[in-house]
Design a protein around this ligand. Structure first.
Ligand SMILES: *Cc1c(COP(=O)(O)O)cnc(C)c1O
Length: 375
C-alpha cells in the first residue's frame, strides 16, 4: 500500500504547531489542580460566547451532551416531537431519542444538503415542540424562514452547530439564532479539544442557568440538587486547549475556505457536484463534500494514490436499524437517500500544503476521467 500522502484530516500537524503552548497550559492547570469548572473553563465559555455574539456559553462534556442538555433545558421529553434532518451525524437524533422525544425527519436541499424548511409545514403536528436544524459540513442552515416558522407556532429552535464553528448566516455567527446553539468540540472539528468536549450557547438567562445546573448534578450550590441533572461538565484540561486554540479559529477557517476554493475552481468542470455556498451564508468546510458516480471505484483510486477520503454519511439516519421504530422506509426522504449514495469527502484541514492540494486535484481528475471512459 502507498503511504498516506494526504490524510482526510491531519491532527498531528496542528498539534505540532502549538505544542509548547499546549504543554505550558496543561502544566498550569495541573499545578493548580483545579480540574473542572475552573478559570480556563470560565474564560473559554466567555470567549466562545462572545465569538458567537451570545451572552452565555456553557461548557459541557461533548456535543452529544450539549444537544441532550439543550433539549432538557427546553423541557422537551416524552410525547414531544422534534423536527430535524436525516442527513446528519447520529448524535443529532440520539439526543432527541435520549430525552424521550420523537425525531421527525424532513428532507434537505439537494445542493447544500441543509434542512429544506419548505417541508416544515408538512410534518408539523400539535405534538411538535422544537426544530433542530444542522449546519451540516460547515454551511449555515437557512435560519430566517426556520425561525419565522418556529416563532409563529411557539416552537423552540435548537441549532446543531457541531460542524460549523464560525459559519455565518446573514453576517451573524451560527449558534446565536435559536434558543440554544450546540457545538461539539471533539478533536477533529473546526475547533477541537484533545478528547471529548462541547459547549451550549444562548442569550437567554433562564436557559443558561438551567444548562449550568443540568450539567452539574442539577445544582447551583454544591450538594443542593434542584433538579435531576448529571455529570456533563467540561474538563478543565480540555478547556485549556480550547482557550489556547480559540484565537486561531478564524485563520484556520480562512485556510479551509482557501483550500475549498482551490478544489472547487479546479474540479467544478469534472465533478458532478461540488459544494455550493449560498449568498446568505458562509461555509467553514468542516468537510469538503462532492458527489461522484461509482463512488467505490473513485475512493479506491484515491486510496491507491495515498489520499484519504470518507463518506459523511453512508446510511441516512432514518434508515439506520437504531431508528427502525420510527417507521421510516426507503423512498421517504429521496434527496437525502440519493445524496447518501454519491457523497464523498476529500481531505480538508487548515494545514494542507499546496503540493497536497495539487495532488488531490490531479488524482480526482484522473479518477473521474477513467470512470467516464469505462462507462
Ligand atoms: C460531531 C457531531 C456531533 C456530536 O458531537 P460529539 O462531541 O462527538 O458528541 C453532533 N452533531 C454533529 C452534526 C456532529 O458533527
Amino acid at each position: 500500500m502507498v503511504p498516506l500522502q494526504v490524510p482526510l484530516v491531519d491532527l498531528r500537524a496542528q498539534y505540532q504547531s502549538l505544542k509548547p503552548e499546549i504543554m505550558a497550559a496543561f502544566a498550569e492547570v495541573l499545578e493548580s489542580m483545579h480540574l473542572f469548572l475552573g478559570p480556563k473553563t470560565r474564560a473559554f465559555e466567555q470567549q466562545f460566547a462572545e465569538y458567537c455574539a451570545c451572552r452565555y456559553g456553557i461548557g459541557v462534556s461533548s456535543g452529544t451532551e450539549a444537544l441532550v442538555l439543550a433539549l432538557r433545558a427546553c423541557d422537551i421529553g416524552a410525547g414531544d416531537e422534534v423536527i430535524t434532518v436525516s442527513n446528519t451525524f447520529i448524535a443529532t437524533v440520539e439526543a432527541i431519542a435520549l430525552v424521550g422525544a420523537r425525531p421527525v425527519f424532513i428532507d434537505v436541499d439537494p445542493q447544500t444538503y441543509l434542512m429544506d424548511w419548505r417541508q416544515l409545514e408538512t410534518v408539523c403536528t400539535e405534538r411538535t415542540r422544537a426544530i433542530l436544524p444542522v449546519h451540516l459540513y460547515g454551511h449555515a442552515a437557512e435560519m430566517g424562514p426556520i425561525l419565522e416558522f418556529a416563532r409563529a407556532r411557539g416552537l423552540r429552535v435548537i441549532e446543531d452547530a457541531s460542524q460549523a464553528h464560525g459559519a455565518t448566516y446573514q453576517g451573524q455567527r451560527v449558534g446565536s439564532f435559536g434558543d440554544i446553539g450546540c457545538f461539539s468540540l471533539y478533536y477533529s472539528k473546526n475547533l477541537g479539544a484533545f478528547g471529548e468536549a462541547g459547549i451550549c450557547t444562548t442569550s437567554d438567562p433562564v436557559l443558561a442557568e438551567k444548562l449550568c445546573m443540568l450539567r452539574d448534578h442539577g445544582s447551583r450550590v454544591r450538594y443542593h440538587h434542584e433538579v435531576i441533572g448529571g455529570n456533563y461538565r467540561l474538563d478543565e484540561l480540555q478547556a485549556a486547549v480550547l482557550l489556547l486554540k480559540m484565537p486561531y479559529l478564524e485563520q484556520w477557517n480562512q485556510a479551509r475556505q482557501a483550500h475549498a476554493q482551490f478544489y472547487t475552481q479546479r474540479l467544478r468542470e469534472v465533478v458532478p457536484q461540488a459544494p455550493e455556498v449560498r449568498s446568505w451564508g458562509t461555509h467553514v468546510y468542516c468537510y469538503y463534500v462532492i458527489q461522484v458516480e461509482q463512488r467505490d471505484t473513485f475512493r479506491k483510486a484515491l486510496e491507491d494514490a495515498g489520499i484519504g477520503t470518507n463518506v459523511h454519511y453512508p446510511v441516512p439516519i432514518h434508515l439506520q436499524p437504531a431508528c427502525a421504530d420510527y417507521g421510516y422506509t426507503r423512498g421517504m426522504l429521496p434527496v437525502t437517500e440519493h445524496a447518501a449514495e454519491r457523497i464523498v469527502s476529500l481531505p480538508m484541514y487548515p494545514e494542507l500544503t499546496e503540493e497536497q492540494l495539487h495532488l488531490v486535484v490531479e488524482t480526482v481528475k484522473q479518477a473521474l476521467l477513467i470512470g467516464v471512459t469505462q462507462k
